[in-house]
Design a protein around this ligand. Structure first.
Ligand code: ATP
Length: 355
């Protein structure tokens, strides 16, 4: 296994900057997830690391040694594609051993490695089948297995679960996590699914428009998003976010939003010039009895997701969503009173987090 370091990597396709100024460090044995919306440059970054697409700028190092000049097959990197890219005319065993055959590894060694990998992934009963005789989940395992038999220094996985249905997806996700715990392989995994990123990643890299917007542990990214993009991209339902001013006229600072204001209690806030974005997550809002410091809001709609309910309300001219227990019963039009956990507020200025 190996550590991976990228320094100031850039790639343009014509006028489109698919990657700009990307810095990244993945520790030896770490599970790193690249997360971002469609078109943000995730696959390009993976392809650049694999050597399938040359970068215009920057350095890529594996274990401290530059791999920029190495051809893809010499990088000791294995990639698993979304499409699996299995050879349809080859059996599972032949697919698993393909990379080793190409490298001239002796037959007996290939046979042993194929059997080891197949048993690791629980596909040893499928070795004589062709890909068309497999289910989606089994094909996905063979694609993973093909990368694993070579035991490369680095695994690059490009949305490997996106062809699976929701249930299978969550099972395979769990297996993948267990596999990583056992093998301690260095992985860079691409997804646009935040649940996948947060459950799999030891390190999550949030990307937008070819740039890295934040890198950190999942809980850090969730609790301390670096900017308003990360704040709203991570978390479902998404963070409530309001543009307004923080006023310091009275005893407490007050947030003045569009058509509502909010007492910010004893929060120690330095005066901020101009507008800010104030955010809080739906779980940091509680429904309470009306009181001097509660916020009255009007219920608009209720989404029941089984384990809990999301209450969509209106506050001033804005929407506010909160999580409520599954037995909560409110009707649209009803006025309810809220308190917000002020210790968990997020404040952004010019889109960037303020501490
Ligand atoms: P998705 O989740 O949809 O796969 P992504 O985050 O992986 O998206 P990329 O495929 O890396 O995004 O694309 C980043 C940008 O570069 C996009 O604007 C895309 O249109 C552009 N792009 C990618 N590959 C090429 C190419 N071969 N030629 C021209 N433009 C490209």
């Amino acid at each position: 296994m190996a550590s991976l370091t990228l320094k100031d990597v850039g790639k343009k396709f014509g006028k489109t900057a698919a990657l700009s100024g990307v810095d990244l460090h993945v520790e030896d044995g770490e599970f790193c997830v690249l997360l971002g919306p469609s078109g943000c440059g995730k696959s390009t970054l993976l392809n650049v690391i694999a050597g399938l697409v040359p970068q215009d700028k920057g350095i890529i190092e594996l274990d401290g040694h530059s791999i920029d000049r190495l051809a893809p097959r010499d990088r000791d990197v294995a990639m698993v594609f979304q499409s699996y890219a299995l050879y349809p005319h080859m059996t599972v065993a032949k697919n698993l051993g393909f990379g080793l055959r190409m490298r001239g590894v002796p037959k007996a060694t290939i046979r042993k490695k194929v059997l080891d990998t197949a048993s690791l992934l629980g596909i040893d009963g499928l070795l004589n089948r062709k890909p068309r005789e497999l289910s989606g989940g089994q094909r996905q395992r063979v694609a993973m297995g093909r990368a694993l038999t070579r035991r490369p220094k680095l695994f690059l996985l490009d949305e490997p679960l996106s062809n699976l249905d929701a249930r299978l997806r969550s099972n395979v996700r769990l297996e993948l996590k267990q596999l990583h715990t056992r093998l301690k392989t260095t992985i860079v995994y691409v997804t646009h699914d935040q649940v996948e990123a947060m459950t799999l990643g030891e390190k999550v890299v949030v990307m937008r428009d070819g740039e890295v917007r934040q890198t950190g542990r999942p809980e850090t990214i969730y609790s301390f998003p670096a900017d308003t993009f990360v704040a709203t991209f991570i978390g479902s339902p998404e963070m409530n976010l309001y543009r307004g001013m923080i006023l310091h006229n009275g005893e407490h600072p007050v947030f003045q939003g569009r058509g509502f204001h909010m007492d910010m209690g004893d929060l120690q806030l330095n005066p901020v010039d101009g507008e800010v974005d104030l955010g809080f997550r739906p779980e940091d809002v509680k429904i309470v009895e009306a009181g001097a410091e509660t916020l009255p809001v009007k219920v608009e709609m209720i989404s029941d997701v089984g384990s809990e309910k999301y209450i969509h309300t209106q506050i001033g001219r804005e929407h506010l969503t909160l999580r409520a227990p599954k037995d909560a019963s409110f009707r649209p039009g009803e006025i309810i009173n809220l308190t917000i956990d002020l210790t968990r507020l997020h404040i952004f200025k010019g889109g960037v987090r303020m501490d």
